[in-house]
Design a protein around this ligand. Structure first.
Ligand code: ATP
Length: 433
């Protein structure tokens, strides 16, 4: 089994991620997060949210609707792309106007201009997922599930400004679902049809675009690097082909097997493109008035747009480790789905169980996600927790009843130390904060 197969299998076996609609044979490009997966994904999202809204000044969040007015997608340019037949590269998934790249009528002779991969037949693509609103057949309104989460930030920008005291420069961030009719979904969570994005749109004065672009580029790379065991596997990729409104564009890529250079997040120079387009299509004035200088202008936007699911997947690949006797996930404790597992040394001694349950409940109700296990022998319990990345296992033994200490076993070193029960919570909280 290669690394990806091992991770996919572990995800299903231990309840991180299940194939969507599996009992009906599955539905390509859809996955469900299981009990451990949802904990880990929530931990990740909480960290991101904290990074944006607590560790940065002038950043607020929204949670926009998944279905928007259909005109949004005309303004964004997503609907127009329907008109041109495109070929998609089966390897890097970039799309090209077929007219531009077809050298002859034989598609096999044409290769992807970016990576020389094989191309799909030219087709009229629209990656948006349509849906219909209304109950009367024949009178339904066609609209779309949002193809990218960021659009709702542009729609809400004026409302956010008017309802808060934000002044430029400021950011609006969001974590939310996006839906795309991907032509070639695959690679587990990497390319799905329903996925989650975390975005910030940073609104600033035109004269400060360069400064803020560089600022967010560094901020985001530093954030990812802290979560990975192998930060050197994260690199910047600079786009050479730019949208007409962009001066520069970078991706943060994960550069390790089996994903050699795959995007986690894009840092985009969007300029005033989006607000101008939505202003034009909605007929609303989306300009900003600086009350100190009296200057009125359309703010420029730096966007960072990343994938929650891709980060989740890359972190699992980065964390997967095998030793002679065990498989373990070397996850950063902050994102591990379970932080602590509590065991009574044996399952049939009432005193031990009572004390262990007390510790289990204390930790659990103090927001340290805690598991209970009293099955089999201690060694097996350790290995079972290792496989899901639990950083610490606490064992309550006979000595606990005498001197109020427990053993705390570290996932990565497998070393044990004795700690007083009343110091446990602060010990874990200090590392997790
Ligand atoms: P790609 O070139 O890989 O298709 P993209 O450039 O279309 O990605 P963006 O539109 O910039 O991606 O979306 C921002 C982020 O959303 C990406 O960096 C990625 O992490 C995530 N993302 C995009 N498409 C998918 C998908 N189909 N499945 C999972 N995550 C996705």
């Amino acid at each position: 089994m290669d690394l990806m197969e091992k991770v996919v299998s572990l995800c299903k076996r231990r309840g991180f991620v299940f194939p969507g609609s599996e009992i009906y044979g599955g539905l390509q490009g859809f996955y469900d997060y299981g009990p451990l997966g949802v904990e880990m994904k929530n931990n990740l999202k909480r960290l991101w949210w904290r990074f944006m809204t607590v560790e940065h000044e002038n950043v607020v969040g929204i949670d926009g609707a998944i279905i928007t007015h259909p005109k949004v997608w005309e303004a964004s340019g997503h609907i127009k792309s329907f008109v041109d037949p495109l070929s998609e590269c089966k390897k890097c998934h970039h799309r090209f106007k077929s007219d531009d790249i077809l050298k002859s009528n034989d598609l096999k002779e044409s290769k992807c201009p970016d990576c020389k991969g094989e191309l799909t037949e030219p087709r009229n693509y629209n990656i948006l997922v349509p849906t219909e609103l209304g109950v009367i057949e024949g009178e339904k309104t066609k609209t779309y599930l949002r193809g990218e989460a960021c659009q709702t930030i542009y729609l809400d920008y004026k409302n956010v400004l008017q309802s808060s005291r934000l002044k430029i420069p400021f950011g609006i961030c969001q974590i939310g679902k996006a839906f795309r009719n991907e032509v070639t979904p695959g690679n587990f969570l990497f390319r799905q049809r329903e996925f989650e994005q975390w975005d910030i749109q940073w609104f600033c004065h035109p004269s400060e675009m360069d400064k803020w672009f560089e600022y967010w580029k560094k901020e985001r790379m530093d954030w990812y690097k802290e979560l990975f065991n192998n930060p050197n596997n994260l690199i910047f990729f600079e786009h050479k082909k730019l949208a007409h409104y962009a001066k520069k564009a970078f991706d943060i890529q994960y550069q390790a097997s089996p994903f050699d250079g795959s995007e986690i997040e894009g840092i985009h120079w969007r300029g005033d493109w989006d607000l101008n387009r939505h202003g034009e299509y909605s007929g609303q004035d989306l300009s900003y008035k600086d009350l100190e200088t009296n200057e009125t202008f359309i703010p420029q936007i730096v966007e960072t747009s990343g994938g929650v699911d891709r980060t989740f997947l890359f972190l699992l690949l980065d964390a997967y480790a095998e030793e002679e006797e065990r498989v373990f996930l070397k996850l950063n404790p902050k994102i591990a789905p379970v932080k602590v597992a509590v065991f009574p040394l044996v399952a049939n001694k009432e005193d031990l169980i009572k004390k262990a349950k007390e510790i289990y409940h204390d930790l659990k109700f103090s927001n340290v996600t805690t598991a209970w296990d009293d099955r089999g022998n201690i060694g097996k319990r350790y290995f079972s927790q290792d496989e899901i990345g639990t950083p610490w296992c606490v064992t309550v033994d006979y000595q606990t009843l005498e001197d109020g200490t427990v053993t705390v076993r570290d996932r990565d070193t497998t070393k044990q130390e004795r700690l007083p029960v009343d110091k446990l919570l602060s010990y874990f909280q200090n590392i997790l904060k």
